[in-house]
Design a protein around this ligand. Structure first.
Ligand code: FES
Length: 82
């Protein structure tokens, strides 16, 4: 996953924004990432990935799924949730 990849697909929040938010705002709980353009407050698919970034010592280095498989898995998640 590169810095331009969108992590929260519901709100179009890119990894770069999340990493910057984590570095500068130092959220004390992963739920506070919602203050970063609403990340995680839609379908909920991205929440485990938000937690992965938030809990990492080096969020910019975290390995996340490639964009296509990430988006496909989210669609499956949304279908199961509806
Ligand atoms: S992808 Fe982030 S809340 Fe839906």
């Amino acid at each position: 996953m590169n810095d331009d990849q969108i992590v929260c697909l519901c709100f179009g929040v890119r990894r770069r924004k999340l990493v910057q938010f984590i570095r500068t705002r130092r959220p004390r709980a992963v739920s506070q990432l919602s203050d970063c353009f609403g990340a995680g407050t839609g379908c909920g698919w991205c929440r485990p990935y938000l937690e992965q970034l938030w809990s990492s010592e080096s969020p910019e280095s975290e390995t996340l799924p490639d964009a296509q498989s990430y988006a496909e898995a989210r669609e499956q998640y949304r279908e199961r949730s509806s």
